[in-house]
Design a protein around this ligand. Structure first.
Ligand code: 5AD
Ligand code: SF4
Length: 440
């Protein structure tokens, strides 16, 4: 019998928060009887879940939306929806609607939970729908999720951000910080572990300020509670803000073997001048002290980071301060970005914007430095046995793959039974940041 279920295709840009929100969109569509497809020409509904953190994320999304015009001409019943951070920016929905009048639904970050109603409204009317609520509402629980990353599961603990780093668009498109209820988060984790998920990643723009609004419990209390759930699983979380990282968190990591010994701690810049202009609310010394605090309690903790180059006014000396911190900390990994001007943020109006040639030179230097640190770090793995959570099969390498608790990716000869399970792998070879080994 032919399968006549309607089909959806979701394209996601940006961070893990967005990937998880696409799982909610997929959950809503599944509850309406839709099935997923990876082919555009098979889809009845195409959703773009967009990002606006840097200009290139927006450009990519716009390019792909534009390319759908032809498909829409061929298939008049196709519904195209665009949502996420890009559409939440002031005036952006109207701009998108003008530029791409064939988009059927434009929805903001605060309207995601209403996607079912928006889709039903569109199906019963010819008009395009613009639904961008300006302000965030209360947290809505109970939205179905169609999870796509077994054995890993994402769990939101908080939404929004109150930090207003001067370069960042997030507080404007995600609203103020709202923590989910302690019992709701714990119940979701319990259910996931019961279902067999082996790794839970707690998500928030600044997980360290979890509970500041609800006053129920702080982030460490939440971690302790989740880590005490019975079962064979690992716990991760992101992102941390250095100004809010506490000794209590370091001790919580130390005392709970289920919490991975790895932490993502965005540095952004090493120069105190730049940090001040970024409104990061810490100095280089503060940052290094937090690193020391973490390593005092958890000596082998892997620290990864985000670094930006080319922030307005960044001099060669400022950049050298960043280089110096990278050398001192010995990061286990770094995501590096060229500063991108975002309309409506204070940094967009700052003088001395840095020419792209200079930013490019700086980012290349930084990437090379971090790569050399990674290579050295990999060599230390040779001969060691690590516990890997097997999460997939690499078709090109014809090897199974997974990460250790420090976040390192390892490839090994395995079999289908390893998928979703913890496997011990002896590292025999390294390649850049990746490790290769034998299952033992
Ligand atoms: N330009 C470049 N990078 C940015 N980030 C945030 N805003 C910008 C911007 N305007 C980076 C920060 C953040 C990461 C998620 O994205 O490093 O930690
Ligand atoms: Fe953006 Fe700063 Fe908030 Fe992170 S903490 S989301 S960089 S404003």
């Amino acid at each position: 019998m032919e399968n006549c279920a309607k089909k959806y295709l979701i394209t996601t840009y940006g961070c893990q928060m967005n990937l998880h929100e696409s799982e909610k969109l997929a959950g809503i569509l599944t509850s309406m009887g839709y099935e997923s497809t990876s082919k555009e020409n098979e889809a009845d509904v195409i959703v773009f879940n967009t990002c606006c953190i840097r200009e290139n994320a927006e450009d990519r999304a716009e390019g792909n939306i534009g390319a759908l015009k032809q498909l829409k001409k061929k298939n008049k019943n196709l519904i195209i929806a665009v949502g996420g951070c890009m559409t939440q920016q002031k005036g952006e929905a109207e701009k998108l609607h003008k530029k791409f009048p064939f988009i059927d639904i434009i929805f903001g970050t605060h309207n995601l939970e209403n996607f079912k109603e928006l889709l039903l409204e569109k199906i019963s009317s010819k008009k395009s729908i613009l639904a961008v609520m300006e302000k965030e509402g209360e947290i809505i629980e109970g939205t179905p999720r169609f999870r796509t990353s077994f054995p890993n599961a994402w769990v939101n603990i908080a939404y929004g951000c109150n930090n207003f780093c001067s370069y960042c668009i997030v507080p404007y498109v995600r609203g103020r910080e709202r923590s989910r209820k302690f019992s709701d988060v714990v119940a979701e984790c319990k259910e996931l572990i019961k279902q067999g998920y082996k790794e839970i990643t707690l998500l928030g723009q600044n997980v360290n300020s979890y509970g500041n609004d609800t006053k129920e419990a702080d982030f460490s209390d939440l971690l302790n509670e989740i880590a005490s759930i019975e079962g064979d699983f690992r716990l991760r979380y992101m992102t941390n803000h250095p100004k809010d990282l506490s000794e209590k968190l370091a001790l919580t990591i130390k005392n709970n073997p289920k919490i991975c010994k790895s932490i993502h701690l965005p540095l952004q810049a090493g120069s105190n001048n730049v940090l001040k202009n970024m409104n990061r609310k810490y100095t280089q010394e503060d940052y290094l002290n937090k690193v020391e605090l973490l390593r005092k309690h958890v000596p082998d903790i892997a620290i990864t980071t985000d670094i930006m180059v080319g922030f307005p006014g960044e001099t060669d000396e400022d950049f050298n301060e960043t280089v110096s911190v990278v050398k001192k900390v010995n990061f286990s990994g770094a995501f590096t970005f060229i500063y991108s001007r975002r309309k409506g943020t204070p940094a967009d109006k700052m003088p001395n914007q840095i020419p792209p040639e200079i930013s490019k030179k700086r980012i290349i230097e930084l990437i090379n430095l971090q790569n050399s640190i990674n290579r050295k770090d990999s060599k230390n793995y040779l001969g060691k046995t690590v516990q890997i959570l097997c999460e997939g099969f690499d078709e090109k390498k014809k090897l199974y793959l997974g990460r250790d608790e420090y976040g390192r990716m390892a490839y090994f000869n395995g079999n289908n039974q390893d998928l979703g399970n913890f496997v011990c792998v002896k590292i025999t070879k390294t390649g850049g940041i990746s490790l290769y080994g034998e299952k033992i």
